[in-house]
Structure formats: structure tokens, C-alpha cells
Ligand binder design. Structure first.
Ligand SMILES: [Mg+2]
Length: 346
């Protein structure tokens, strides 16, 4: 198997700031291509996240040093077991390789990935939220106006200006459904409860993601869950299927992302386990191209909510795949019919 990996600098429409990281106008991702002996080419993406201490350099170094002899489109589980045994594999690199392996396997089978996985996909049924990063209130107002076509917004909080920012959102979108993401920003359970009670008084908040740090004790999370007036979803606290039992205890739902899970295969198992445990499921994303957003969309039938807008937040997406019209996802116009259904833009 031949492996090609290269860096891709993504330009953001607006600088991106959340509670756990500083604002930035660009973001580095890594694109991977696997080519087998028959010349079948498959694609994947690593969208490394500084939240987890991963960067493009480390991902590229790992991929350049990797002996690809253990990878095959004919054996995705065996290939993943080979990758799991590689010391120090970044989860973003594992994700990129898994996407390419699943793309290649589905191409071999002549199927789209959602059919290859037995899930199917309903066009014009699934809706993604549109994310509004932390900013000054007047910029929040402008961003919310620009996002008028999206039926659901996700507001990032965990900043001293939270109340002003939320008021700015409501000033221009009084009726809109909103979900909120604190990105570990509230440091004590008392602070988190105060903020949740304030948000609940709005009456239109769907749920709140990751109110407290991922290192918060089970005891404190249970205290908060017992008192929270809004459903609480784990993001930074939920990576893979192994985190589901604790999340079922401490949260009402989980936000599963391909990068955290190490690809489509584990994300699929994690979403299924979450549903079985009675959790609501959400699929999220990083700042990323249409390769990874489209890969996530193939799992949409396993999600109660989608937040896969990483490709909408950038202005130089080199790829096309699933489309979003007013937040409603569709593969209807995708040029590519099999695999991840991703093609390069001209
Ligand atoms: Mg989140």
C-alpha cells in the first residue's frame, strides 16, 4: 500500500475562538491518500486538535514513518488492529487512515460508505447546527445575522462576556433553536449550575455540551446532572466506546467525533453503544474539510443531532462531498457515487 500525506492550511471565514483555545484565522489539517497494488486510491483526513495536544507536524511525522505493510482495503478490522499496535499513534492519524481504509473497502464493494455500513442515508432529512465561536457581542450579532439561513445555532460560551454574547444572539434571532457548548469552561460545579440556570431561563436551549473540565470527578458530575435544568452532553469527556458507561451515568447525551474515536469504525460502535445505554447521540466535528465532514455524514442515521459544519466555517475547502443547503444535508448532487463520495474541487 502506498501512502501519501500532505498538509493543508484552511482559512476560516471568522477567527475561531472557544473556551479552551485562543482565536485563530487559520487551521492546519492533513490529507491522506492510500493507493493499493491495483491502483485503487482512497482518501482520508486527520484534523488534529490542539485541545488534545495533536498538531499537523506530529501527524505527518507519524504517517511518513509508518510501514504500511499491515494495511489492506480487504481487511479493515485487521488493518486497525495493526494501527492500534503502533506506539504513539496520534488519534487524528488513526482517524485519517481509518477513513481511507473504509473509503477503499466501500469502493471495492461498489457502495457508498453509508450502504457499506448498512445504515443508508435519507437526503434532505438530517440538519446540522451552525457554530458561533466566542467573540465580542457586536461580532456575535453580525455572525448570527449571517447565519440566518441555519435553523439551529450552537453558541460557544465560557467567556466573561457570555451574558452579553447571548443577549446579542437573541437580539437578532429571538426564536431560533440554540444549543450551547462550554468546552470545559466552567471550573466549579456551582459555577456550572449557575450558568445552566441562567441559560434555562431562555426557554429555547436544546442542551449544553461539556459544562466542566474532562478531569471533573464522577461525584461532581453526578451532583450537576441531578440539578441541571438542561440536558448535558459529553464532548471532551467522551472519545470512544470505552467512555460510554461513565457518560451514561454522568450525562444525558454524547457528542461523538471521528477524530476522537480514531475514525468511522469506532465512531459507529460508539454511537451504537451510546444509544443502547440510553444516551442521546450527536455527531460533531473539528475545523476540517469536506473529506471528514462527509465521512461523518455517512453515520447520520445513528445520530439524534448533527453538528458537522467544519467545512462551512472555512473559505478554501479543496473538496466536495455532502452538501448543506440551509443546514440540511444531501448527497444528491455529489459527483462521486461510491466510497466516501468525496471529490476534489476543480
Ligand atoms: Mg463541543
Amino acid at each position: 500500500m502506498k501512502l501519501k500525506a500532505y498538509r493543508c492550511e484552511l482559512l476560516l471565514a471568522n477567527p475561531w475562538k472557544i473556551a479552551s483555545s485562543k482565536g485563530s484565522g487559520t487551521h492546519q489539517t492533513v490529507i491522506v491518500e492510500l493507493t493499493d497494488a491495483d491502483g485503487l486510491v482512497a482518501i482520508g483526513e486527520a484534523a488534529p486538535s490542539s485541545t488534545y495536544g495533536e498538531f499537523a507536524e506530529g501527524v505527518l511525522k507519524f504517517l511518513h514513518d509508518l510501514d504500511t505493510a499491515g494495511l489492506s482495503f480487504n481487511d479493515v478490522p485487521g488493518s486497525m488492529a495493526f494501527l492500534e499496535a503502533q506506539p504513539g499513534i496520534p488519534m487524528a492519524a488513526k482517524c485519517a487512515l481509518n477513513l481511507a481504509l473504509v473509503d477503499g473497502a466501500a469502493r471495492r464493494a461498489g457502495q457508498a460508505v453509508y450502504d457499506f455500513l448498512g445504515l443508508g442515508f435519507r437526503n434532505d432529512h438530517h440538519v446540522t447546527s451552525f457554530s458561533i465561536g466566542i467573540d465580542a457581542p457586536d461580532i456575535i450579532r453580525k455572525k448570527v445575522l449571517e447565519a440566518a439561513i441555519y435553523p439551529v445555532l450552537k453558541l460557544k460560551v465560557g467567556d466573561p462576556r457570555d451574558h452579553e454574547n447571548f443577549a446579542a444572539l437573541r437580539a437578532v434571532a429571538p426564536e431560533k433553536a440554540v444549543r450551547v457548548d462550554a468546552n470545559e469552561g466552567w471550573k466549579t460545579k456551582e459555577e456550572a449550575l449557575r450558568q445552566l440556570e441562567w441559560l434555562a431561563s431562555d426557554g429555547r436551549i436544546q442542551f449544553v455540551e461539556q459544562p466542566m473540565p474532562r478531569t471533573t470527578s464522577t461525584k461532581d458530575l453526578l451532583w450537576l446532572k441531578a440539578r441541571s435544568p438542561l440536558p448535558l452532553y459529553a464532548d471532551e469527556s467522551c472519545h470512544t466506546i470505552q467512555d460510554i458507561p461513565r457518560c451514561a451515568e454522568c450525562f444525558h447525551g454524547v457528542n461523538v467525533k471521528l477524530v476522537k474515536a480514531g475514525g468511522v469504525s469506532v465512531a459507529y460502535a460508539t454511537l451504537q453503544a451510546a444509544r443502547k445505554a440510553g444516551l442521546k447521540t450527536m455527531i460533531g466535528c473539528m475545523i476540517e474539510t469536506s473529506v471528514q465532514v462527509t465521512a461523518a455524514a455517512h453515520l447520520a442515521e445513528l445520530a439524534d443531532h448533527l453538528d458537522i459544519d467544519g467545512n462551512i466555517l472555512i473559505t478554501n475547502d479543496p473538496f466536495a462531498g455532502v452538501t448543506s443547503q440551509k443546514g440540511i444535508l444531501s448527497f444528491a448532487t455529489a459527483k462521486e457515487k461510491i466510497g466516501l463520495r468525496v471529490s476534489r474541487r476543480n
